[in-house]
Design a protein around this ligand. Structure first.
Ligand code: ADE
Length: 232
């Protein structure tokens, strides 16, 4: 049986998955708690990476090396960068890129990792299709789009900043882990997809909205992941 790696950055983002799991066994690696078990009939490892790209990269590599996962699905919340998106709407990653990779002083375009072929890491097309199908079944009151996820080690809470990220890098949403998960998955040839429900619009009200809507948005992302696994 293949094992799926399911991760979120914060407790809110994985709490409902952990609650649904059976035959749970917890293991600690690199300071991260990994919970192995059965979820909707599938063998899974669920974990909380912690916030930011380094935490996400370490967690992803452990999922691949120690648990030999065959695919990685990230669930969580994000700030909307596409002006058409509202709180509660969903972004399924077409790809993920680091928006804070900035070597423009040496002539590299913003977001480009120097001397590397890929900087915008494509998500697995089959996983994207599965996520789209799940959203089609369960997103009744909210939009879902497939778009580029932008990641950086910063909580974006400024309209001018998020507008510029959308204008220059074409980001659908901003968050803090996806591109690290994507890059490590790419390096190891493991398929991945990131699912993000919008908790805020990454503008001047983002801190207030994030606090208010994170639990609800996390639930929406969880429901999509659950539906994907139920139809796997
Ligand atoms: N996650 C949720 N909202 C975010 C934001 N505005 N910036 C970065 N990460 C986020």
């Amino acid at each position: 049986m293949t094992t799926l790696g399911l991760l979120g950055a914060m407790d809110e983002e994985i709490a409902l998955l952990l609650a649904d799991m059976e035959s749970k066994e917890t293991l600690l690696h690199s300071g991260i708690t990994f919970t192995k078990g059965i979820l909707y009939g599938k063998e899974v490892v669920v974990c909380k990476s912690g916030v930011g790209k380094v935490n996400a990269a370490v967690t992803t590599q452990v999922l691949i090396d120690r648990f030999e996962v065959s695919a990685i699905l990230f669930t969580g919340v994000a700030g909307a960068a596409d002006p058409e998106l509202n709180i509660g709407d969903i972004v399924i990653s077409s790809s993920c890129q680091q928006h804070d990779m900035d070597v423009t002083a040496l002539g590299f375009p913003k977001g480009v990792i120097p001397f590397q072929e890929v900087s915008d890491f494509p998500a697995d097309r089959t996983l994207v299709k599965l996520a789209e199908a799940a959203c089609g079944r369960i997103c009744k009151d909210h939009k879902f789009i497939v778009g580029r996820v932008l990641s950086g080690d910063q909580f974006v809470a400024d309209h001018a900043v998020v507008k510029s990220l959308n204008d220059t890098l074409g980001g659908a949403c901003v968050e803090m882990e996806g591109a690290a998960v994507a890059q490590v998955s790419h390096l190891n040839n493991v398929p991945y997809v990131v699912l993000r429900s919008m908790s805020d619009k990454a503008d001047g009200t983002a801190n207030v909205n994030f606090a208010e809507f994170t639990v609800e948005a996390s639930r929406r992302s969880y429901e999509i992941l659950r539906d994907i696994l139920e139809h796997w």
